[in-house]
Design a binder for this molecule. Structure first.
Ligand code: COS
Length: 388
């Protein structure tokens, strides 16, 4: 462990106060204005949130996975747009460089990513390439000691503010599959790289996604992550194994928050001469939510500990992401239900969190992709064992 248990407990306590005193009160403002206020971004930097997972030698906190998910449980009690603002630097926008980058690439980008002075984005998805991530159509053709990138990346979180993109592009045009894909660290402002308008979304206002367009974008071969062609898909999958645990932890944090909200409302709200918290049908929704959130928390912690112990956790990360995000969706729905008519009204947060939570079941791999990963791995393991 990078932190002793007292220091981790203190960090979590500080973040709990930050969430309760700063983030939750700002949710309505963020949702209405579709922007995170500068004062909050500054506080996030001061708290070290951008560098939670970056190695200490590059200015980060160097948290292991168990510590990182513990922090995510706390911070994710606030509306997910806040987490989204710094989480690409902790996860998918930074890990490609941190896991597979060359020493020069790490030295160049990790300090800025850890401090939050550079925002990192992960550019895998394309208009025609979503779940089938190995089918990347964006190309990077070798031209002397440069590559020329062409293609469009879609739904790229934090693209409008990114300083560096981890871009998956095909370097081997002879294969359509995953083995022909390479990863590049491409800086914003490189000629030929442009960012589209932020999309209007169902929820998570304040978190921005946009297209990233490459038109004859010329990058030096030193931008090839790890310096080896054909490794980009594997880099992306390693990044996503970790990212999925983080989304699972975010789902747990938001679940806990909504359980607090539903209980607070149920205790306060009176019908038929009683607080509705006294009615067993309402209690059933509270109890089911607690059991869902508790199970999800246990899964996330177990998978995180296994990862810290050096195990391959692709299956466990997918199980945790699938269960925790689906559980969060159920809890978001019950939260609206317990709030009754008020649950459908913007003034109460249940409506917003219901919309916000929906994305957890889609990004960083849909529930159906997690099912595929889990089943494929188990079937392959069985075949190997019996030798067929
Ligand atoms: N870690 C390291 N390597 C991995 C890996 C992982 N978690 N998962 C797969 N690989 C490797 C495989 O071992 C294989 O290597 P070899 O060719 O050397 O055997 C290679 O990558 C291709 O793997 P596979 O054949 O399983 O790839 P598929 O094309 O079948 O794709 C899925 C697998 C569907 C799981 C993948 O495309 C995926 O995760 N899709 C969802 C993408 C996603 O989450 N998008 C969200 C947007 S990003 S925010």
């Amino acid at each position: 462990m990078a932190l002793d248990s007292d220091t981790l407990a203190q960090l979590c306590e500080t973040l709990r106060r930050f969430v309760d005193e700063q983030l939750i009160p700002a949710e309505a403002e963020v949702s209405e204005s579709d922007a995170i206020p500068d004062r909050i971004i500054q506080q996030m930097k001061e708290l070290g949130l951008f560098g939670l997972s970056a190695p200490e030698e590059f200015g980060g906190m160097g948290l292991n996975m168990e510590e990182e998910v513990s922090v995510m449980f706390e911070i994710s009690r606030a509306a997910p747009a806040f987490r989204s603002f710094f989480a690409t630097n902790v996860g998918i926008g930074m890990q490609g460089i941190a896991i597979d980058g060359t020493a020069e690439q790490k030295a160049k980008y990790l300090p800025g990513l850890a401090s939050g002075d550079i925002i990192g984005s992960f550019a895998l998805t394309e208009p025609d390439v979503g779940s089938d991530a190995g089918a990347v159509k964006t190309t990077a053709r070798k031209d002397g000691d440069h590559y020329i990138i062409n293609g469009t990346k879609r739904f790229i979180t934090n693209a409008p503010r990114a300083g560096v993109f981890t871009v998956m592009a095909r370097t081997d045009m002879k294969t359509k599959g995953a083995s022909g894909v390479s990863a590049f660290a491409v800086e914003a402002g490189t000629p030929g790289l442009s960012v589209g308008k932020p999309e209007k979304k169902l929820g998570q206002q304040g978190a921005h996604v946009a297209d990233v367009i490459f038109e004859d974008c010329r990058v030096h071969e030193s931008t090839l992550i790890g310096g080896v062609e054909g490794q980009g898909f594997k880099t992306a999958m390693k990044v996503l194994d970790k990212g999925r645990l983080s989304i699972a932890a975010a789902s747990v944090g938001l679940s806990d928050r909504m359980i607090d909200d539903m209980i607070a409302y149920a205790v306060e709200r009176r019908q038929f001469g009683h607080s509705i918290a006294d009615f067993q049908l309402v209690q059933a929704m509270i109890a089911d939510s607690k059991a869902d959130a508790y199970a999800a928390r246990c899964m996330v912690l177990d998978a995180a500990r296994r990862r810290d112990a050096g195990q391959n956790v692709s299956v466990e990360a997918s199980c945790a992401k699938m269960f925790a995000s689906e559980a969060c969706g159920r809890i978001a729905d019950r939260n609206v239900q317990i709030h009754g008519g008020n649950g459908y009204i913007r003034e109460y947060r249940a409506e917003q969190l219901f919309r916000d939570a929906r994305l957890f079941r889609i990004y960083e791999g849909t529930t159906q992709i997690q099912q595929t990963i889990i089943a494929k791995a188990l079937v392959a393991e069985n075949r190997k064992r019996i030798g067929v």
